[in-house]
Design a protein around this ligand. Structure first.
Ligand code: ZN
Length: 284
């Protein structure tokens, strides 16, 4: 039984094997949950059906356990907020979508753009949504063209300042319309975007602090607007510095040698990998 109401989460996407960057963020999440005497939840962010593979779900569970992560609710354990896989939670997202549509917070967009295709996954690094030029902005929710698949965007108020205090980086300030634009909440192929699914789940799972990578700071600003529009209380946020390779490039799937399983096969222990975080990446 947890001693406090702190609830944190690990939210891997099963689109590849976990690397050292994930491990560092997840370890931070675990340490913070432990220090608070709270509960840690594992969530399977498997909305991206074209890229998700079952072996990556089994893979992250095995790799996280090997690394020493320990959660008490998740797709493997169940728990009071089940299901813990996003692909099984579409009804929750649709309900939130309907509320946003009912309040006029979102509008139908017929533009076919790459950013809509990319909207299923968290925008790490250079793959963040470009600022939408606003071609469909004046459309009302009722004006969705019949018989045609549309995506739906959240209409930001240009110039609105979104401020929050990050647990690691301190005060943050983003301006809607210049740091980010109208963002996708629902895709033309009838799936929620990462931004919407993440907010709906973090709220439904009563997460009190979200620990994630620094590259998601702008997404946090977008998500705060969604919390507000949905009448939900936002959690606290703690963004972790990114792990970079020797050239200063953020770790990604292409750094296969820094996947946890490759590091494990090369004889590294979890404790030795954690020591390496004081400097740059450990030698492999
Ligand atoms: Zn459009």
């Amino acid at each position: 039984m947890a001693e406090s109401s702190y609830r944190g989460r690990l939210a891997p996407s099963p689109t590849g094997f976990l690397h050292l960057g994930h491990a560092r963020t997840f370890w931070t999440a675990q340490v913070r949950a432990r220090e608070a005497g709270g509960t840690l939840i594992l969530r399977n962010d498997d909305l991206d059906r074209d890229r998700v593979r079952p072996e990556f779900v089994a893979g992250f569970i095995e790799d996280l356990r090997w690394f020493g992560c320990d959660w008490s609710e998740g797709p493997d354990l169940g728990g009071p907020c089940a299901p813990y896989s996003q692909s099984e939670r579409l009804g929750h997202y649709r309900e939130a979508f309907n509320r946003l549509r009912g309040s006029g917070a979102i509008y139908p967009c017929t533009c076919s753009r790459r950013d809509i295709l990319n909207a299923l996954t968290a925008p790490h690094a250079a793959d963040d949504e470009p600022i939408y030029p606003g071609s469909c902005r004046a459309r009302s929710a009722e004006s969705a063209p019949a018989g045609r698949s549309v995506s739906w965007r959240f209409r930001v108020s240009d110039g609105e300042v979104v401020e929050f205090r990050d647990g690691h980086f301190g005060p943050q300030r983003y301006v809607a319309g210049s740091d980010f634009g109208d963002f996708v909440v629902w895709r033309h192929d009838d799936l929620p975007s990462y931004q919407l699914a993440c907010v709906v789940d973090d709220a439904a799972m009563a997460i009190t602090e979200v620990v994630r990578g620094e590259d998601l700071l702008v997404s946090t600003a977008r998500q705060l607007l969604l919390y507000c529009a949905l009448g939900l209380t936002p959690p606290a946020f703690f963004h972790c510095p990114l792990v970079r390779d020797d050239q200063g490039v953020r770790l990604a799937k292409r750094h296969a040698a820094l996947s946890l399983r490759a590091l494990r096969a090369a004889g590294n222990s979890p404790a030795s990998l954690r020591e390496g975080w004081l400097g740059t990446c450990p030698a492999t």
